[in-house]
Ligand binder design. Sequence first.
Ligand SMILES: Nc1ccn([C@@H]2O[C@H](COP(=O)(O)OP(=O)(O)OP(=O)(O)O)[C@@H](O)[C@H]2O)c(=O)n1
Ligand SMILES: C[C@](O)(CO)[C@H](O)COP(=O)(O)O
Length: 235
Amino acid sequence: MTAVPQREVVRYFALIPAAGVGARMGAAGPKQYLPLAGKPMLRHTLQAFLDCAAIAHVYVVVSAGDGYIDDVVADCGARVTVLRCGGATRMESIRNGLHALDARDDDRILVHDAARPGLTPALIEKLIDAAGANPAGGLLALRVVDTVKSTRSGRVETTPRDGLWLAQTPQMFPYELLRRALEQAPDPEAITDDASAVEMLGLSPQLVEGHPRNLKVTLPADVGIATLYLTHEHI
Ligand SMILES: Nc1ccn([C@@H]2O[C@H](COP(=O)(O)OP(=O)(O)OP(=O)(O)O)[C@@H](O)[C@H]2O)c(=O)n1
Ligand SMILES: C[C@](O)(CO)[C@H](O)COP(=O)(O)O
């Protein structure tokens, strides 16, 4: 009997860049380790992926000299791998992480900021369900709800808000596409999210409605808001 070649099943991997210094937070150490609702910020972020059955493995990228990560992942089990290959920018950390992990071209990589601890398994599943089959990938994003002003022209002008979105993470792409996009980006220093590198290839990643609880903790004022969400599961 001739063996029928098996189609390989697409796997979903999380890649969490956690090698930033948190300059805008201005805390004594990197913001991803700040205690929030009793746990380091990054531990909350990891839990969302650990609680999502669709995620085969979680990779965390930290800087080579990181002295906090071992304690944070101590109770995470074998589904989490630490990659000590962080770079000088978010994009560099992600590129280094992609080189270090073992994935097939079609596997989906969900890049998610360590600094977005309010992510939930339901939001991860929503992204996978909506955009998992899209060859150009997809990302969580929020529709702009406020009136938008622009000062680009030198005077104050009102810009229509319809069709404007705020990018969140996870941002999910086939492994080969994401590697290629980040390698070919003309100015990787200017790229602040992964989707923009994919857009530069002429592709259109799918926007999937995210949630305000998935805010990025960037400034000191964000700590209180994130804590509120983490202590109130259903808001
Ligand atoms: N060289 C870098 C810079 C950032 N990040 C990660 O990318 C995510 C989003 O970046 P951002 O909020 O800008 O974090 P920081 O770079 O730490 O903050 P800041 O820009 O205020 O210094 C964070 O989880 C951060 O740890 C990273 O892995 N490597
Ligand atoms: C990836 C990101 O979180 C999407 O909103 C964001 O772009 C990170 O970079 P920033 O420098 O904090 O804007």
